[in-house]
Each structure stands twice: as structure tokens, then as C-alpha cells.
Design a protein around this ligand. Structure first.
Ligand SMILES: *Cc1c(COP(=O)(O)O)cnc(C)c1O
Length: 432
């Protein structure tokens, strides 16, 4: 595999960028080797600077749900560009996107747009505290909610259950109001709720995607909704990854539960930096300028980003690719399991809607602890073989693969061939 130009850029980038990247996962540290640098992408394909072509199962970690540079989306962006880039005043586009989003989430009367998922979550936490007058937050180990101080604890790696900061520079005080519970374990939530009477909110990914894809048991989510409601604790569902991904209304519609506050990101911007948090009127009316919770943004509701979001969501709604996603995800799961069996590699595959995760372990993965049983060395071998055979995967065992509506039958065939070869190599390395 020719990576000369990527290697050159990776070296050059070290000088003025931190590790030559702007987000750590892009450095490929957990799979080793040199990260590829991208030149362009179209539809289901992405091309690196050395001219290698890949089927893209990263999709920028989720946003590119229609594939790259969808015609209708691109047209809307071009049209918006002609009118100006940002005004520091409101436009009709914000109202339009707000209506699409609020219509999709039954518990949402109003929404506030921000510029990232991180920003959506940190604002939602502030809002929950403002609304309840309480300070404590319960989060689940293995769930990732962006890089805000208070939630950078047990966020998908390292110190699993302790309330210790998961990053240097986060003071103990910043996480002292963060309580950690275990995903799919209601008792661990109840224990916190019984011993603290100042809990503002429970926050979780309704379908976990940042410890690999882990599905909640139906009882867990519904009971969680029930006990939070009874205790007057807000339920914040972080749908930054799952919003509009597995169903138009997100995981909430699919799983039949309603959040008090919903966080969105990724797909709603269609590839531009957009995040959002929304709730019923009573809660959102706390936010400035209507209420006393301050939150602002110079570029929030940016007209180009809004145009991209509107066009993406409109096309998603019109095409309704969700059944196709489910079918394709099931096919890929089947491809993975068959190849694993054929070559004698222990493998579990979790998938939910258009998010898929193969785990190199023989244990069923239901939470952070079981996800940790994975053989990450096997994943490394698998990853580079897949890359070599033209499939771009997230460079980590614990990142979900995403599907787009641009994925073609012949792409699936190519994925199947690559998986078979890659799994054979994994088996070969294991016996050596
Ligand atoms: C990606 C993600 C975030 C953070 O969003 P950014 O746009 O990267 O800040 C937060 N929560 C979840 C569930 C995510 O998947």
C-alpha cells in the first residue's frame, strides 16, 4: 500500500500542529503506523493523498449519512454561500432547521443550536442544573459526551468506575459532582440516587457508541426513565451520535422513550459543525434571552451549516434509508461472523441501525467491562488489512462503523472480500 504522501504530510504536520492532527483519534495511535491524509471524497468512497481509494465506513464519525457530497446538499450549500457566510443576526434557515428537529423529537418544543456535540452536552448539563437547582450528574462508564471537564471521567477508556479525571488539566473539583454508574446496570444508578438528594440529571448515550456499539436492555432504559421521573431528576439523552442515524427521530423514537433534554450533533450538520440541545418549553425557557441560564455563540446557527443541515435532514426524511441501513448492517454482521468462524477467530458483532461494531472477543459485550476483554492486537492486524484492501475503518476497536445511504451492492461485495482476507491474516498472526 503506497502511503508516501501521507507519510510526508504526517511529518510536515508535526511542526505546527499537535501530532499533526486536530483530534487525537486521527493520529491512528491505537492501530500504529502512519495515519492517512485525505484528498477528497464522493458518495460511498474516500480517497487519500496517495490516490488510494477506500469504501468509507468512518463517514467523519457519523455525519456523512447520505455519503459524501450528495448533489442536493451540495446545491443548497452553494446557494447559501452566495448570500454570505455569517451575519451575527438571525436568519430564516435557523427557524427551518429548528422546526425539522423539533418535529422529529416528540419531547422537544424548542432547540438551541451550537457548534459541536461537546458544546451541546456542556450546555445541557448547565441547563439541567439551572432547572433543578441541583449539582450532581450521573454518567455511565464507557459513555463519551465530548471533552467538557465535568464529563471527562470514565469516558471510554482508563479508570473505569472511579470519579477521577480522565485527563490531565481537569481539576478534581470539576468532577466532584460527577457520579459514575454502570451501563445496563440499574442497581448502580439506584445506589447513587438513594445516597444523594441533590442530583440534577442522569446523562447517557441511549445506544452506547463510544465503547463500541453497546445496546441497552429495554428494561434498563425504561426503568431508568421511570426512576428519574419519580425522583425529579432530568434524563439527558446524548443523541449526538444516534440522532437521525438509526431512525429519523433518533434512538428515542426507536426505543420508545422520551428524554427531558436531548443533545444532538454530527448528522444534523451534515458535515458542518453543528450541535444542538432541546427540551420542552418549560425547560428551554430557562435559557437566555428568555431565562437566566447563559449560553451563547458567535457562529451558532451559521447559515452555511444550517443550509447543509436542512438539506441533509430533508433528503433523509424523503429517502427514509433506515430499513436499508438495517438490512446492510445485518449483511455486514453476517459477513464478519462467517469469516470469523471460517478462520477460527473469536468475534462478537454488535449492531444497531446503521452503527456496527465487531469485537475481537468471545464474551458478549454488554458494558464497558466486557468491551475491555477485546484483543486489540487482532484489531490492529484486521484494520490495516482492511485498509490495504480498500475499506476505510475507524482506527480503533472501540469506534463504531457507520453506514451511508450511498453504499452500493458492489461496495458490500468488496467489503466481504476484504473481511475474508483480513480475518485470515488475523488467524495467521494469532497462531504465529
Ligand atoms: C461525538 C460525540 C460527542 C462530541 O461531539 P463533538 O462534536 O466531537 O464535540 C458527544 N457525545 C457523543 C455521544 C458523541 O458521539
Amino acid at each position: 500500500m503506497k502511503l508516501d504522501k501521507s507519510i510526508e504530510l504526517f511529518n510536515k504536520g508535526q511542526k505546527n500542529l499537535v501530532g499533526a492532527v486536530n483530534s487525537p483519534v486521527r493520529a491512528f495511535k491505537s492501530v500504529g503506523g502512519i495515519p492517512v491524509f485525505i484528498d477528497h471524497a464522493k458518495g460511498s468512497k474516500i480517497y487519500d493523498v496517495d490516490g488510494n481509494e477506500y469504501i468509507d465506513l468512518v463517514l467523519s464519525y457519523g455525519p456523512m449519512i447520505l455519503g459524501h457530497r450528495h448533489d442536493k446538499v451540495e446545491k443548497s450549500i452553494r446557494k447559501a454561500l452566495k448570500k454570505g457566510y455569517t451575519f451575527g443576526a438571525s436568519t430564516n434557515k435557523e427557524i427551518k432547521l429548528a422546526k425539522i428537529v423539533c418535529d422529529a423529537f416528540p419531547g422537544m418544543d424548542k432547540v438551541r443550536f451550537v457548534n459541536s456535540g461537546t458544546e451541546a452536552v456542556l450546555s445541557a448539563i448547565r441547563l439541567a442544573r439551572a432547572y433543578t437547582g441541583h449539582n450532581k450528574i450521573i454518567k455511565f462508564s464507557g459513555c463519551y459526551h465530548g471533552h467538557t471537564d465535568a464529563l471527562l471521567v470514565a469516558a471510554g477508556s482508563g479508570l473505569a468506575t472511579l470519579s477521577l479525571p480522565g485527563s490531565k488539566g481537569v481539576p478534581d473539583e470539576a468532577v466532584k459532582n460527577t457520579l459514575i454508574a454502570e451501563f445496563n446496570n440499574l442497581e448502580s444508578v439506584k445506589q447513587h440516587m438513594n445516597s444523594h438528594n441533590d442530583i440534577a440529571a442522569v446523562i447517557l448515550e441511549p445506544i452506547a457508541g463510544n465503547m463500541g456499539v453497546v445496546q441497552p436492555s429495554s428494561k434498563f432504559l425504561h426503568e431508568l426513565r421511570k426512576i428519574t421521573q419519580e425522583a425529579g431528576v432530568l434524563l439527558i439523552l446524548d443523541e449526538v451520535m444516534t440522532g437521525f442515524r438509526s431512525k429519523f427521530g433518533g434512538a428515542q423514537e426507536l426505543l420508545g422513550i422520551e428524554a427531558d433534554i436531548t443533545c444532538l450533533g454530527k448528522v444534523i450538520g451534515g458535515g458542518f459543525p453543528v450541535g444542538a440541545y432541546g427540551a420542552r418549553d418549560e425547560i428551554m425557557n430557562m435559557v437566555a434571552p428568555l431565562g437566566g441560564m447563559y449560553q451563547a455563540g458567535t457562529l451558532s446557527g451559521n447559515p452555511i451549516a444550517m443550509a447543509c443541515g436542512i438539506a441533509t435532514l430533508k433528503e433523509l426524511k424523503r429517502r427514509n434509508p433506515y430499513r436499508k441501513f438495517k438490512k446492510n448492517a445485518a449483511k455486514i454482521k453476517d459477513i464478519l461472523l462467517k469469516a470469523a468462524k471460517k478462520h477460527g477467530v473469536p468475534l462478537q458483532v454488535n449492531h444497531f441501525g446503521s452503527m456496527i461494531n465487531p469485537f475481537f472477543t468471545d464474551k458478549e459485550v454488554i458494558d464497558f467491562e466486557t468491551a475491555q476483554t477485546c484483543d486489540t492486537e487482532s484489531f490492529k492486524v484486521f484494520f490495516w488489512q482492511m485498509m490495504e484492501h480498500g475499506v476505510f475503518l475507524p482506527p480503533s476497536q472501540f469506534e463504531a462503523w457507520f453506514l451511508s445511504s450511498a453504499l452500493k451492492k458492489k461496495d458490500l461485495k468488496k467489503i466481504a472480500e476484504a473481511v475474508d482476507i483480513s480475518m485470515a491474516k488475523v488467524a495467521e498472526k494469532k497462531t504465529n
